[in-house]
Design a binder for this molecule. Structure first.
Ligand code: SF4
Length: 184
């Protein structure tokens, strides 16, 4: 990997064939947001709408995320949003361990380039891949290493709107973390 900035890295990602997901995707979804974003959000993988658009969180789960960000007083345009794997797993299955391993260098590089003060892990897949923990229902709202906050994946909120209030309260916590001293 030889990218020097996020745009070059995105070009590398859209051409990537490191794992089998390259054979079934329409578009890879590198992620989007400012290079100096203080907050990064990491989901699981692109879904059907994201695969079509080449952009993260543009489908129904994205609409929930947008609404929750709004309620929490956060501006999506100031957040770098990406996923653990950059290509859609067929049928929206969870990405395999091999796919996550193949794709992880891109995410590591994105974190290194953006150097966020707060990283929100949306659901079990990113929590497990980054921190080696799982059980979002119990772990949501908890901060690890003064940097990582775990919360629900927006699709899980969409399935159970009773979670919306907790989701928004986690994002308020995230907002408060963005001026933390870690990393920067
Ligand atoms: S998921 Fe990641 S590693 Fe696999 S083809 Fe897409 S960009 Fe490459």
């Amino acid at each position: 990997m030889c990218a020097n900035d996020l745009r070059e890295l995105a070009c590398e990602i859209v051409r990537c064939e490191r794992c089998g997901l390259s054979k079934t995707r329409r578009n890879a979804v590198p992620g989007e947001g400012p290079e100096d974003a203080r907050i990064m959000m990491i989901g699981e993988a692109p879904g059907a709408a994201e695969d079509l658009a080449g952009r993260p969180f543009v489908g129904r789960a994205g609409a929930i995320l947008n609404r929750a960000l709004n309620l929490a007083g956060l501006d999506r345009d100031e957040i770098f949003i990406t996923n653990i794997v950059k290509c859609r797993p067929p049928g929206n299955r969870q990405p395999s361990a091999d796919e996550i391993r193949a794709c992880m260098p891109y995410l590591r590089k994105q974190i290194e380039m953006v150097r966020p003060s707060a990283i929100c892990l949306l659901g079990n897949v990113p929590a497990r891949a980054i921190l080696g923990v799982q059980g979002v229902t119990a772990l949501r709202g908890r901060v690890f290493d003064d940097l990582y906050l775990i919360t629900f994946h927006p699709a899980a909120v969409l399935r159970n709107m009773g979670r919306m209030e907790l989701f928004v309260s986690d994002l308020v916590r995230l907002r408060e973390m963005r001026f933390g001293s870690n990393v920067r």
